[in-house]
Design a protein around this ligand. Structure first.
Ligand code: NAD
Length: 482
């Protein structure tokens, strides 16, 4: 059993049972047994389950949102936003029959037709992080199921209850027993999934060290793996940027969800001293009035960090930044939220004059800490982004089209915004970073999900007439065929 806390109160609200190897094996057995029937269910009937699921998710939204806020801490509006983004993937999955149509070529040779079809893999597993307990699981299972696979989900042990509601609603939507399964737990459950030969593929989202471990172990065990990792997303602020809009966007992107987003902006690179001076002054003024409190508090803009342990880790990074010589312009460490003194609250922190050699620049903090780096030119700013080990998201604030175009064309990052601070792709595109933010060739949801959760089979078919045939020893090609 592991404790699950409400981060706004610091109280343990429930416990989660951790799955043993036997429990995981039982879930995989159930998913294996359900596969043949689900695979044989027509794509349209599978899609109908998704249509009903979308409706049930919408009707149960308040309950799900409340649960996300209770266990994760994010403010209610933010929790609703993540649920909506998950529902958008369900909507995309409703169109799976169209996406699975395959490719067909008639007359590739004499009386020979050929086609490629996309068949489900079998049992696939999803391992998800704490920061989006609804959305990230829904990046995975709606498309996996709509493509005909069965699924075992291992959600984060820090906020596991949302996944149970997602499962309950799938059942209510008419999904047959065994097609979707949840196992709770930590490393032991994950290792059991990675080692089970019946699991064909693994989708992982979480921190980079674990993503790399999952990618290597899963691949070594012969599985198809996509493992999305951590991030350090830079925003470049050009001297010609609309600074008020940039500040508004950066506040949401850096401090929304208490900085616990893989697309959070954690570094603002200001081109020119004047840009930096003005941006820092405006951010500091806005941070003074940032409304921090329990996610359920009306008007709250930022909630607590997820656990006491994570709170201490993030706070430790703020101490480290001071020791490394960065200038702490706004210090959230002394924040006290009246009535919630035992919650895991840290106020918004802003560092200026951060240098690339500092650990607060290099490492993912995953908290409400924005680092400002000063650069002399766009080239210097872009070189910083390119040199960083992570390459999840980035954005530029500018009024110049040529600058924006040069930036988006050349920057070595997977998801790019131009005056958009959180360029999270919509459900009908795919989500994936570059460099050490994604291990594996295929990104999450969107068109890549069809490729990840299916395997291509190409069939060539000939119905010869009654004419006598002679043996052909040359390799068949367009020049040997009539
Ligand atoms: P985490 O890596 O600690 O945990 C993720 C999952 O892996 C959980 O289910 C956890 O139980 C399991 N796990 C943890 N340690 C493990 C181990 N040693 N072996 C096997 N399994 C293990 O991540 P987290 O703290 O829950 O989430 C935050 C991280 O996720 C951040 O780094 C964030 O950037 C990243 N993230 C990335 C994306 C993305 O799309 N790239 C999206 C969301 C979050």
């Amino acid at each position: 059993m592991l404790p699950v806390s409400n981060p706004a109160t610091g109280q343990i609200v429930r416990e989660v049972a951790t799955a043993s190897r036997e429990d995981v094996s039982a879930a995989v057995t159930a998913a294996s047994a359900a596969f043949a029937g689900w695979r044989a269910t027509t794509p349209l009937k599978r899609a109908r389950v998704m249509f009903r699921y979308k409706d049930l998710l919408e009707r149960n939204a308040d309950r799900i949102v409340a649960l996300i806020t209770e266990e994760h801490g994010k403010v209610l509006d933010d929790a609703r936003g993540e649920l909506m983004r998950g529902i958008e993937v369900v909507e995309y999955a409703c169109g799976a029959p169209e996406l699975l149509k395959g490719e067909h070529s008639k007359d590739i040779g004499p009386s020979i037709d050929s086609w490629s079809e996309f068949q489900p893999l079998g049992v696939v597993a999803g391992i998800t992080p704490f920061n989006f307990p609804a959305m990230v699981p829904m990046w995975m299972f709606p498309m996996a199921l709509a493509c005909g696979n069965t699924f075992v989900l291992k959600p984060s042990e820090k906020d596991p209850s949302t996944a149970m509601v997602l499962a309950e609603l799938l059942q209510e939507a008419g999904l047959p027993d065994g097609v979707f399964n949840v196992v709770n737990g930590d490393r032991e459950a994950v290792d059991a999934l990675l080692e089970d030969p019946r699991v064909q593929a693994v989708s992982f989202v979480g921190s980079t060290p674990v993503a790399e471990h999952i990618y290597r172990t899963g691949s070594a065990n012969g599985k198809r793996v996509q493992a999305l990792g951590g991030a350090k997303n830079h925003a470049i602020v050009m001297p010609d940027a609309d600074l008020d809009n940039a500040v508004a966007a950066l506040m949401g992107a850096a401090y929304g969800s208490c900085g616990e987003r893989c697309m959070a902006i954690s570094v603002a690179v200001c081109v020119g001293e004047r840009t930096a001076d003005e941006l820092v002054a405006k951010l500091a003024a806005r941070l003074k009035v940032l409304k921090v409190g329990p996610g359920t508090m009306p008007g709250a803009e930022m909630g607590p960090l997820v656990t006491q342990e994570h709170f201490e880790k993030v706070r430790g990074y703020v101490d480290l930044g001071v020791a490394e010589g960065a200038e702490l312009v706004c210090d959230g460490r002394s924040l006290v939220v009246k009535g919630s003194e035992r919650g895991f609250f840290l106020g918004g922190c802003l560092f200026d004059r951060v240098r690339p050699a500092m650990r607060i620049y290099q490492e993912e903090i995953f908290g409400p800490v924005l680092c400002v780096v000063r650069a002399d030119s766009l080239a210097e700013a872009m070189a910083l982004v390119d040199a960083h080990e992570y390459g999840n998201g980035t954005c530029i604030f500018t009024r110049d089209g040529g600058t924006a175009r040069w930036f988006s064309d050349n920057i070595r990052v997977g998801m790019v915004g131009v005056n958009v601070a959180l360029p999270v792709p919509v459900a009908y595109h795919s989500f994936g970073g570059w460099k050490r933010s994604l291990f594996g060739p295929l990104a999450a949801y969107g068109p890549d999900a069809v490729r990840f959760y299916t395997q291509r089979k190409t069939i060539s078919q000939r119905w010869p007439g009654n004419a006598a045939e002679t043996a052909q020893f040359a390799f068949p090609s367009s020049s040997t065929q009539g």
